[in-house]
Design a protein around this ligand. Structure first.
Ligand code: UDP
Length: 339
C-alpha cells in the first residue's frame, strides 16, 4: 500500500453513495483512506477522482468473503473502520436477499474481528429501517421497532438489527470499541439514477419529463437529510473520545409526505411531468422521522442544509449527469465546499 507510515481509516462500501462522500471528507481532513468495495452497488466512478491521491487506496473485495489480506495484514494499524458496505435501496437489497443478510451479519462480523485485531474503532452504518413501520413517532433510539421479520424488507432490516446486536456484543465483551449510527433517508449528488429511491426516481423523471411514479397515495412520510450533513454526523460520532452507549440517530427531522416532495421537485425543475400512481410496496413504512436529541447532545450535531438547498444541488447534479440544462447552475457553496 502507498504511504504506509500514516494511520489508516478503512471505509467499507467506500465507492457507494455515502461511502464516496465519506472518503472525500476524510481525505480533506488529512486522513489516509483505504476504500474497500465489492462494486455490487458501489461505483468506481464515485471514487475515480481520488484514485491518483497518495492518501487513497482502492481495494476490491466483498466483506462477506473475508477481509482482503492487504488490509488484514497491513503493517500500519487501522485506526478507524466505517462499515457502510450494504445495498440500501429496497430494489437493490431485495435483488439478492441472501447476500444482503450475509453482508450485514457475516460482513459486519468480519469487520468487527478486524477492528479487534487492529485495536480500531468501528462505526456501523445502521438504519432507520430497524424501527420498521414505527408505532412511535418520531423515532427515538430507545424504541425497539415494529419490523416484519419474514417480509421482503427483512433481509435488510433484520440483517441490520443483527449487525447492531453483534456490535454491542463485541463492545460488552471488550473486543472492539463500536459506534452505531442509525441513518435516516439521505439524498444528494452521486445517488445512482437507477437506485430506485424516491429522490433519485422523482428527480430523474422530472428532468426527463417522464411520468413521476408515486407509490400508494403519496401520503406516507419520510425525512430527508442532505448527504454532506449526514457525513458530518458520522465523522462526529467516530471522533467522540468515549463511545456512547447505544445507537445514535443521524437524520433530518424535517418530515414531509412523498406527494409534498414530488411537488417541490416539480416546482424546482419546472417540469410538466404527470403523476402515475403505483401500488405501495409491501411493508412500506407509513411514517418516518428521527428524534435527533441524542445526536444534538452527544455530538453537538444537527443538519444545516435546508431541503430547498439540498434539492437544488441534487437536481443540478442529476441535470449535469443527464446533460440537460433545465435547471439553474448548482449552488457553488454547497456543491464544491461541502460535498
Ligand atoms: N417511493 C415512491 N416512488 C418512487 C420510489 C419510492 O413513491 O419512485 C416511495 C416509497 O414507497 C416510500 C418512499 O417513497 O414510501 C421512500 O422510498 P425510498 O425507496 O426512497 O426509501 P425507503 O422506503 O427505504 O425509506
Amino acid at each position: 500500500m502507498k504511504n504506509a507510515q500514516r494511520d489508516l481509516v478503512l471505509v467499507a462500501g467506500g465507492a457507494g453513495f455515502l461511502g464516496s462522500h465519506l472518503c472525500d471528507a476524510l481525505i480533506a481532513k488529512g486522513n489516509r483512506v483505504v476504500c474497500l468495495d465489492s462494486f455490487r452497488t458501489g461505483r468506481r466512478r464515485n471514487v475515480h477522482h481520488l484514485e491518483g491521491e497518495a492518501a487513497f487506496d482502492l481495494v476490491e473485495g466483498d466483506i462477506v468473503r473475508g477481509i482482503p489480506t492487504s488490509i488484514r495484514r497491513s503493517e500500519v494499524p487501522l485506526r478507524a473502520i466505517y462499515n457502510l458496505a450494504c445495498p440500501a435501496s429496497p430494489p437493490h437489497y431485495q435483488a439478492d436477499p441472501e447476500h444482503t443478510m450475509l453482508t450485514s451479519v457475516l460482513g459486519t462480523r468480519n469487520l468487527l474481528r478486524l477492528a479487534e485485531a487492529h485495536g480500531a474503532r468501528l462505526l456501523q452504518a445502521s438504519t432507520s429501517e430497524v424501527y420498521g413501520d414505527p408505532e412511535i413517532h418520531p423515532q427515538r433510539e430507545g424504541y425497539w421497532g415494529n419490523v416484519n421479520p419474514t417480509g421482503p424488507r427483512a433481509c435488510y432490516d433484520e440483517g441490520k438489527r443483527a449487525a447492531e446486536a453483534l456490535c454491542f456484543d463485541f463492545e460488552r465483551l471488550g473486543r472492539a470499541e463500536v459506534r452505531v449510527a442509525r441513518i435516516f433517508n439521505t439524498y444528494g449528488p452521486r445517488m445512482a439514477a437507477d437506485d430506485g429511491r424516491v429522490v433519485s426516481n422523482v428527480v430523474t423523471q422530472a428532468l426527463a419529463g417522464a411520468p413521476i411514479t408515486v407509490y400508494g397515495d403519496g401520503s406516507q412520510t419520510r425525512s430527508f437529510c442532505y448527504v454532506a450533513d449526514l457525513i458530518e454526523g458520522l465523522m462526529g460520532l467516530m471522533a467522540l473520545d468515549r463511545a456512547p452507549s447505544g445507537p445514535v440517530n443521524i437524520g433530518n427531522p424535517e418530515e414531509l409526505t412523498v406527494s409534498d416532495l414530488v411537488d417541490r421537485v416539480l416546482a424546482r425543475t419546472g417540469s410538466s411531468s404527470q403523476l402515475t400512481y403505483r401500488p405501495l410496496p409491501v411493508d412500506d413504512p407509513r411514517r418516518r422521522r428521527p428524534d435527533i436529541s441524542r445526536a444534538r447532545e452527544l455530538l453537538g450535531w444537527a443538519p444545516r442544509t435546508s431541503l430547498q438547498e439540498g434539492l437544488e444541488a441534487t437536481i443540478a447534479w442529476f441535470a449535469d449527469e443527464a446533460g440537460t440544462t433545465r435547471v439553474a447552475a448548482r449552488p457553488a457553496a454547497l456543491a464544491s465546499a461541502r460535498v
